[in-house]
Unconditional design. Structure first.
Length: 477
């Protein structure tokens, strides 16, 4: 198959899925910029932050065109143009493991990933996204400018300045969270005015991970103090609940399903009233993960969700044992998790999904066995699936200096858990090797990005990334 055939296949695929999108399209206009999400379309279109920034830029009069890191040529959704056609590429990066994908996407588009290697014939790169709240330095060698923190109010202004070219550095540095990496240290994260909330999706599509769902932000940040979680960090500014009336007003008339998004959706004081109002409009309902203690105390939440068509109830145990949950200040007890199983069964959910971490500091095999026993008791009440992730220490959290447990130990304990759950509950573990990469990047400086660029140029395999990022820090062993 020729390069022209491959490109035409990409164009047809983009046009096919574009015909399935519902909502307000992004008009092709000038000045043009590409907004890239360094992951496939199905992931990027489920990112509320990505859609929010695209919406803000478009409403400010910029000709924003979306692009995603799907296989094949990277072309924009609006005009099927390559990224190299634009004078500005804005990128939204959610977490550390999107950094290798960003490097690959730029290189595949003929754009040198490192800012110092680009010339006047290449686009400038403006970066933002949740990663900036954790480690903005990882973007310092790639981006010409970075928006640190919440960019609801600043993305359009920064993009317009970069497109005008003249004087853009002063404009960016004058914005809350605006950073030009080659001239200064990262600023404090910006915090958007509460009047700009909620973020909401502009387009819904059946081909997103949140299929055919209009997403709306129920709250931002979190007021809890779990020691492993960045959502409670100072950059998030605590929990900010969006008023019920504003949430309901943000749902378009043609919406079929509504997804409430936030790190602490179940802590919203008006959640049951919001769910009831959506159900009365005949809308399907979805939410991100809920806290088991809230579900146990307010079973009406689960009732409303089931009435709204949700088939999976999702809660988080996070740690392997009651002792470890206390140590990370999770605030969820065995009794809450068992109550969640009973509620899932009583309300007719098809499955109870349980998030858990393995490899927390101080964890022993006995903790894994305790978790297996708990899941077994839950599974005797209702069908349970466990989504298991290795613990990754993150900056700006109380556990920032904690060690990563290591690939060998995580794999051994995952096998132990799988053996004890066999025939009782389905276990879906995520990769310990890629968790290692995430952990190395989470606490790394800008020089790690250069090593990522070198590794991606040589294929980007885990083995190559490990050689580039290793050896492990001394406190990991």
């Amino acid at each position: 198959m020729t390069a022209q055939d491959l490109r035409w296949n990409r164009v047809r695929e983009i046009r096919r899925r574009g015909a399935l999108e519902r909502g307000r399209p992004f008009p092709v206009g000038h000045p043009r910029l590409a907004l890239l999400y360094p992951a496939p379309y199905r992931v990027g279109m489920s990112s509320l932050g990505f859609q929010q920034v695209a919406d803000r830029m478009s409403d400010a009069g910029l000709g924003v065109e979306r692009a995603f890191a799907d296989p094949g040529a990277i072309l924009t959704e609006e005009s099927t143009s390559p990224l190299s056609d634009f004078s500005l590429v804005a990128v939204s990066v959610a977490w550390e493991l999107e950094l290798p994908d960003l490097v690959r996407a730029l290189a595949r588009s003929g754009i040198p990933p490192l800012a110092r290697d680009r010339t006047s014939v290449h686009p400038r790169v403006l970066a933002g996204g949740p990663l900036t709240l954790v480690n903005p330095g990882l973007l310092a060698r790639i981006a010409d400018a970075v928006l640190v923190g919440e960019a609801d109010a600043t993305a359009a202004t920064a993009a317009a300045a970069l497109l005008r070219d003249v004087g853009w550095r002063a404009v960016v540095q004058g914005l809350p969270g605006g950073w030009v990496p080659d001239t200064s240290a990262p600023p404090a994260p910006a915090r958007a005015d509460d009047a700009l909330l909620p973020a909401r999706s502009r387009l819904a599509t059946p081909e997103a991970e949140f299929s055919d769902m209009h997403l709306v932000e129920a709250n931002r940040g979190c007021g809890r103090s779990c020691t492993f979680c960045v959502m409670g960090s100072p950059g998030h500014g605590g929990r900010r609940d969006v008023p019920l009336e504003r949430i309901l007003a943000s749902v378009p008339q043609d919406a079929r399903r509504v997804g409430l998004v936030g790190a602490a959706v179940s802590d919203h004081p008006d959640l049951e009233d919001i769910l009831l109002a959506l159900a009365e409009r005949g809308l399907g309902i979805g939410v991100s993960s809920l806290r088991a203690d809230r579900i146990a105390a307010r079973s009406g939440i689960a009732t409303r969700l089931r009435q709204g068509g949700m088939r999976t109830l999702t809660v988080a145990a996070d740690a392997m044992s009651e002792r470890l949950r206390r140590s990370i200040r999770k605030g969820v007890r065995e009794a809450h998790l068992l109550a969640s199983a009973r509620i899932a069964a009583a309300e007719g959910f098809e499955v109870l999904k349980l998030y858990a971490m393995i490899g927390l500091p101080g964890e022993a095999e006995e903790d894994v066995d305790e978790f297996a026993d708990l899941v077994g008791r839950m599974a005797a009440i209702h069908r349970v699936e466990v989504a298991l992730s290795p613990f990754v220490p993150k900056p700006h959290t109380p556990l920032a200096a904690a060690p990563f447990a290591g690939v060998t130990r995580v794999d051994a304990r995952t096998r132990r858990l799988a053996e004890r759950l066999r025939g009782r509950a389905r276990l879906r573990p995520s990769s310990s090797r890629w968790a290692w990469v995430e952990a190395r990047l989470a606490g790394a400086g800008p020089e790690a990005t250069e090593r990522i660029v070198e590794a991606m140029a040589e294929g980007g395999s885990f083995a190559r990334l490990r050689r580039a990022l290793g050896p492990d820090p001394p406190h990991w062993t």
